[in-house]
Write a protein that binds this ligand. Structure first.
Ligand code: ATP
Ligand code: MG
Length: 224
């Protein structure tokens, strides 16, 4: 049995802003196995995005243990976590977060600026992942010239350009019509079922969750 990709034990998170403390996660235990496609569902404010930021190493828990791919990241430095992120993790946001002045292919190449790859190989790699999401004919378009579904596919290509083993997506279809949603969900499912990647997705929609293998439910910062 390969190691779980994500293993959380007793994870808590309290945001601190000046004198105000906001406890959000209250002892989350969770395992996501290699090659699984899981959905995370729960009411607004229940801590889904907070949890996604922690599992994708964008933020740190207040207490508890997080093993990512068998590595106790709670004991690693920020630099070590950033390196792990770059090598193994992709993240897709609800609102795409593409840079408006860069073309599709330039947006996709961005994460490779932090690698030692040659510029020519960065470009060919970016073109290849854009082709994988069906957007070869949109390489030189700006985000403003793309539909919502196309923007999200560019964002998925950007998340994949480093060939991550795990992809996290926070409401990836939250801003999309039903046809574009289905396209994006089929891509996520293929990334798991055909490429063997692990995918963890937040969604509010049962129809979207039905594309995944398993639904994890969270309420008031606790897994049900
Ligand atoms: N940086 C922050 N500082 C203080 N409180 C925060 C911060 N970020 C989030 N929160 C609070 O944490 C709680 C959980 O927020 P989170 O974004 O994780 O919810 P969510 O489940 O993703 O909700 P939604 O479905 O609306 O996206 C909310 O009550 C929110 O106000
Ligand atoms: Mg959220």
């Amino acid at each position: 049995m390969p190691l779980p990709k994500v293993e959380l034990r007793g994870i808590t998170k309290t945001y601190v802003n000046g004198d105000v403390e906001t406890p959000v996660l209250h002892g989350v235990d969770l395992v996501v196995n290699a090659g699984e496609f899981v959905s995370l569902m729960g009411p607004s404010g229940s801590g889904k995005s907070t949890l996604m930021h922690i599992v994708s190493l964008l933020d740190r828990p207040t207490s508890g243990t997080y093993l990512f791919d068998g590595i106790d990241v709670t004991k690693r430095t920020d630099v070590e976590c950033a390196k792990l992120r770059l090598e193994k993790i992709g993240f897709v946001f609800q609102a795409f977060h593409l840079l408006p002045r860069l073309t599709a292919v330039e947006n996709v190449m961005l994460p490779l600026l932090y690698t030692t790859d040659k510029p020519s190989s960065r470009l060919s790699r970016a073109k290849a992942v854009l082709a994988d999401v069906g957007l070869s004919d949109r390489e030189d378009f700006l985000p403003s010239q793309l539909s919502g579904g196309q923007k999200q596919r560019v964002a998925i290509a950007r998340a994949l350009v480093n060939n991550p083993t795990v992809l996290f997506a926070d409401e990836p279809t939250g801003n999309l019509d039903s046809k574009s949603s289905e396209q994006v969900l089929n891509i996520l499912r293929d990334l798991c079922k055909k490429d063997g990647r692990t995918v963890m997705m937040v969604t509010h929609e049962e129809e979207a969750a039905a594309f995944s293998d398993r639904v994890i439910r969270i309420r008031d910062g606790k897994i049900l």
